[in-house]
Design a protein around this ligand. Sequence first.
Ligand code: NAD
Length: 337
Amino acid sequence: MKVLVTGGLGFIGSHTVVELQNEGFEVIIIDNLSNSSEEVLVGIENISGKKPVFEKMDLREKNAVISFFEKHNDINGVIHFAASKAVGESVENPLLYYENNINTLVYVLQELQKKDDASFIFSSSCTVYGQAEKMPITEDAPVQMAMSPYGNTKQIGEEIITEVAKVSNIKSILLRYFNPIGAHPTAEIGELPIGVPQNLVPFITQTGMGLRQQLAVYGDDYPTPDGTAVRDYIHVVDLAKAHVVALKRLLENKNIDKVETFNLGTGTGSSVLEVIHAFEKVSNQKLNYKIVGRREGDITSAYANTDKANEVLGWKAQSTLEESLASAWKWEQKIRA
Ligand code: NAD
């Protein structure tokens, strides 16, 4: 089985390529290296013993996408990770986000629509729920107005796929990730944030390494047990494995609906302070942090109800928060060595 992984050199994509290769899939990666490096291929090969085929390509180039699918007309499934993901940048440059996250999706779907049968996995996000009313969040919780152009591209992406699936042979699974963290336990691949990290865990590990002086904790007056914001942190390897399960479901025609949606989280909410203290435990050091005011756009709490993924996909996150943080720490230490 041949699978195209767009954005396959990125954080979640690279871990998914490893799991796909471990399961015997033949993988082709498309990536324009806008947020990754070709060296990731070496890490993938070191873990799985196989170097995937790599095509350096920008999916915004429609003609390149057309030529690619003409050349590789035997692709059975596509996992579409390629996108820009910095929320703040999307507020400053919305059109970059609509072009990169929407046009690329449209071009890939246009080629898949020509096929008799196509399986398509889409990287969506729990941001579609905004601040949900009920915790844990189930898949039927209402999608709320997006708080950023980035978030909007995920909502629009889900809508586009749903509409196209109705009139084509495309089957799709929309995966709504909660907060992916960690790295491969071998520390061969991991997250490589460019510039100041936007997410909590890379900021923590960089502070632990002394690359950042201090971690700012945005707000301790939220209505949560310790006042800091609560999220559902899922190990990237667990997340990667869910993609393989979801893809197989489509390839084996086990899906019940043309488009299915699943939350991917652990089901447990952790506060910022809990994450900091868990990190202090696994790294055996005190972290320099300071409570500051709330950050605009942040919600209070989001964690997943994972019953649907557990029951329908037969998938469950395995790693604990400590294990995820330990892997992130090991990776940070390796790349700074
Ligand atoms: P990432 O930036 O590490 O990976 C994305 C990859 O896509 C990068 O390697 C980048 O170079 C590539 N890319 C971007 N635009 C491209 C284009 N036009 N053509 C070809 N390649 C292109 O991001 P990630 O964290 O691995 O996220 C993967 C997907 O999951 C994204 O769609 C993201 O929006 C979504 N997601 C991520 C998170 C998260 O917290 N990391 C949460 C929810 C959803």
